[in-house]
Design a protein around this ligand. Structure first.
Ligand code: ZN
Length: 193
């Protein structure tokens, strides 16, 4: 089932997610709704805050084109073709940066329709997380997969990609961002009124 994607200006996007402690059928259903929503919106990642719940859970679906492994990833310590493990449900993630070097990537966000900007983040990371059964996993990765994990991880802590943009990157986007916030607030008012 598709869920409504929250937009910039909704307070939920600034809420830190609560750690997931109960791995039950309800969580399972919610994860599957999140995957449906991400696919419908043609996104590569979606955090729980983006569908109205502040918990430590996100979904990611990213498969390299042309069958190449452009993310140099290791899942639980070894190479596993990504199409076998995607979509990935990521619960209670912790991120360990493995490189000091931060590289730029042009990011977008489903909560900021049509607003793209360059964000610098570490390229090489390791993520520890749980799956829907509560089992622990690790993902070591580079490139877009690494950026995607970090973008979603930020959402789970109420941090948004605009917070990480350089001033010079943010300045030309500011009007657009303010307009989005205004429209979102008007829509919230309408619903309440
Ligand atoms: Zn986002």
């Amino acid at each position: 089932m598709e869920l409504r994607v929250t937009k910039y200006g909704e307070p939920i996007l600034r809420k830190k997610g609560k750690e997931v402690a109960v791995f039950d059928k309800e969580l399972d259903n919610f994860a599957s709704d999140m995957v449906d929503t991400m696919r419908e919106a043609e996104g590569i990642g979606l955090a729980a805050q983006q569908v109205g719940r502040a918990i430590q859970m996100c979904v990611i679906e990213l498969i390299p084109v042309n069958g190449g492994d452009e993310f140099n990833h290791k899942y639980d310590g070894s190479f596993v073709p990504l199409d076998l493990i995607m979509p990935l449900v990521v619960i209670n993630p912790k991120i360990i940066p493995l490189s000091e070097l931060e590289t730029p990537y042009e990011e977008g966000c489903l909560s900021f329709p049509d607003i793209h900007g360059e964000v610098f983040r570490p390229d090489h990371i390791k993520v520890e997380f749980q799956d829907l059964q509560g089992h622990l996993h690790t993902m070591e990765c580079e490139g877009l997969l690494s950026k995607c994990f970090q973008h979603e991880y930020d959402h789970l802590h109420g941090v948004l990609y605009i917070d990480r943009m350089k001033k010079s990157e943010l300045a030309p986007l500011q009007m657009e961002i303010n307009r989005l916030k205004r429209v979102t607030k008007q829509n919230i008012k309408k619903k309440k009124g």
